[in-house]
Design a protein around this ligand. Structure first.
Ligand code: NAG
Ligand code: NAG
Ligand code: NAG
Ligand code: NAG
Ligand code: NAG
Ligand code: NAG
Ligand code: CU
Length: 566
């Protein structure tokens, strides 16, 4: 089995934590988005970069600050749009960066400026939200510190960001075209897992496949980028006992991961921007779209270094080629040990006094069943029989301006036949591709119960990390098998649930969340696996769109918004 490592040792540096600014500041960033040849795992490939970097720079700001990011699309032949993952965009729904939902894509040669307030402290991310472009490396982290004078409920000596990704040698185009083809062609498991944009592919395997690195360019084992990166280093003997805060985020396209540091435990203190009651773990399960802060204390022999590892869980990795470790690596958990992953999901509860408790009951309940269906010969994902489509005219503009021909006036169903449905042989007949959106009453409390099923083609059930734009939700609970509103409703945790923006739907299980639809705009809720959302695994919510002021002209220029004067 292949493994990926990164040398880690105890930390030395004195505290680098940025002192929070005394008052709200505006931070300006100017980004050139370009394709460049990169070898993040020793194999040369075209990556989408920000000012030459993939991942892009870590943005830092304090709560209440304004970010102004000017994006020059210099991709020549490709659109782009950048989503600020975990930022709710209160009062700025047009800056959410979701092509087809909140804006027209930024055309080659054009410039778009995102301006928004970071209203909550926490660990966030950004990434491309156009087609499957995120797969090509356009992403990075966004760290929002507490405002000046506000203490955090834990202490540490220094902090680091740890961005987890998976990486293919085939281009994003080959992947996307395969998914949309008849018959469906799947690119397979990733060739590498990256930590902070680095991994090491075994060039002998590349030579065995004709020197092409399983679909990529040359593999150069002596190239300057082909070394194990160091997460952080120690001067031996100088810094025992120091505690580091690792701000970990996953922007994998397909993989669910287990992250660990050899010989050390990690104390989880934050998830998706909210403090949790500290939980000590050996392996942290991280799903695409999630962030965590963990505290790690250098309490082991300071004269040696330790491996930081990420392993794939939830999907069977045995089809990937073997790689022998240079030293015995710590073993990851069994890929199919769903039980311990559900247990860890359940172990996170809110840190008392730091998370507002949820409203006692919902105004509306959406039961959302995912199925993988064949629609006109194409393999698609559908929610309650509706497969999401990203239209040429962004939903936000279509709905605000009443362009009724641009979306289906019938909203998707609120539920499915939950009494009768079999999740081990889900219904296959009626799914359709529709441009439809749920219309939510502004200020209403909405429960969503996500229901997993098996994929008929392979009789497997996958993990789907679901991400909500524009809001955070309370995670009311996880369950096995089929959700039964009567039997399971009372088991939900409305007392001290965590708030998050991304939550795992475990194989053959269900996940229940609650949120307040109090952010006027149009928002995507979707599986954060890039191939799944591309195949339609998402829904769109509209709330209070009439309350919004005139939409900025900069988000228009495509579909029916072209040439219109508003
Ligand atoms: C972005 O591109 C412009 C035009 O080529 C160039 O003048 C500028 O220096 C670039 N900025 C960065 C940060 O690379
Ligand atoms: C591999 O990288 C080394 C170091 O940068 C360089 O000298 C060598 O020419 C490269 N080999 C190939 C085949 O590009
Ligand atoms: C790389 O792959 C080759 C061919 O399968 C194998 O013999 C070798 O042990 C691998 N090297 C490492 C460091 O994993
Ligand atoms: C997990 O997969 C392994 C093979 O990879 C199999 O032997 C084992 O029975 C599976 N365990 C569970 C709980 O399904
Ligand atoms: C439940 O499923 C059975 C068998 O698939 C079917 O005959 C019956 O009509 C279904 N009931 C409802 C309410 O859909
Ligand atoms: C699907 O897998 C389940 C166990 O997960 C098994 O009971 C069932 O027989 C399988 N069905 C098919 C069609 O292989
Ligand atoms: Cu999914």
């Amino acid at each position: 089995m292949r493994r990926w490592w990164l040398a880690v040792a105890a930390c030395v540096c004195a505290c680098l934590c940025a002192a929070a600014e005394a008052k709200a500041t505006t931070h300006h960033h100017t980004w050139n988005v370009t394709y460049q040849h990169r070898s993040p795992d020793c194999v040369t490939k075209l990556a989408v970069t920000i000012n030459g970097e993939s991942p892009g720079p870590t943005i830092r700001a304090a709560q209440g600050d304004t970010l102004v990011v000017t994006v020059h699309n210099m991709l020549e032949t490709e659109n782009t749009a950048i989503h600020w993952h975990g930022i709710r965009q209160i009062g700025s729904p047009w800056a959410d960066g979701t092509a087809g939902v909140t804006q027209c894509p930024i055309l080659p040669g054009e410039t778009f400026t995102y301006r928004f307030v970071v209203d909550r402290p926490g660990t966030y991310m950004y990434h491309a939200h156009y087609g499957m472009q995120r797969v090509a490396g356009l992403d990075g982290m966004l760290v929002v510190s507490e405002p000046d004078g506000a203490a955090e409920p834990f202490a540490y000596d220094e902090e680091r960001t740890v961005l987890l990704m998976d990486w293919w040698h085939k281009s994003v185009y080959e992947q996307a075209v395969g998914l949309a083809s008849i018959p469906f062609a799947f690119v397979g498991e990733p060739q590498s897992l990256l930590i902070n944009g680095r991994g090491v592919y075994n060039c002998s395997l590349s030579a065995a496949s004709g020197g092409a690195g399983a679909g990529g360019g040359a593999c150069n084992a002596s190239g300057p980028e082909c070394v194990w990166p160091t997460l952080f280093t120690a001067v031996p003997g100088k810094s025992p006992g120091k505690t580091s805060r690792l701000r970990i985020g996953s922007l994998t396209s397909l993989s669910s991961l287990s992250f660990g540091i050899e010989g050390h435990t990690m104390t989880v203190v934050e998830a998706d921007g909210y403090y949790v009651k500290p939980v000590v773990v050996k392996n942290l399960f991280v799903y695409s779209g999630e962030t965590y802060s963990v505290l790690v204390t250098a309490d082991q022999d300071p004269s040696r270094s330790y491996w930081a590892t990420s392993h794939i869980v939830s999907r069977d990795p045995t089809r990937r080629p073997p790689r022998a470790p240079p030293t015995p690596p710590p073993a990851g958990p069994a890929w199919n040990d769903t039980r311990s992953r559900v247990a860890q999901s359940n172990s996170f509860v809110a840190l008392p006094g730091h998370v507002e408790p949820p409203p006692a009951r919902p105004d509306r309940v959406l039961l959302l069943l995912n199925t993988q269906d064949k629609i006109d010969g194409h393999t698609k994902w559908a929610i309650n029989g509706v497969s999401l489509q990203f239209p040429a005219t962004p939903y936000l503009v279509a709905m605000k301006h009443g362009l009724r021909s641009e979306f289906d006036q019938r909203p998707p169903p609120d539920s499915y036949d939950h009494k009768n449905v079999s999740i081990s042989s889900p219904p296959q007949a009626a799914a359709t591709v529709r441009r439809a959106a749920y219309r939510l009453a502004l200020g209403s409390v909405v429960d969503m119960v996500l229901q997993n099923t098996v994929i008929p083609a392979n009789n497997r059930s996958e993990t789907h990390p679901w991400h909500l734009h524009g809001h955070d939700f309370w995670v009311l609970g996880y369950g096995d098998g089929k959700f039964d509103p009567e039997a399971d409703g009372w088991r939900l945790n409305a007392r001290d649930p965590v708030m998050k923006n991304t939550v795992a739907l475990h194989p053959m299980g269900w996940t229940a969340v609650r949120f307040r639809a109090n952010n006027p705009g149009v928002w995507l809720f979707h599986c954060h696996l890039e191939s799944h959302v591309y195949m339609g695994m998402g829904v769109v919510f509209e709330e209070g769109v009439d309350m919004l002021p005139r939409l900025p002209a900069a988000i228009m220029g495509c579909g029916r918004t072209k040439g219109h004067h508003y």
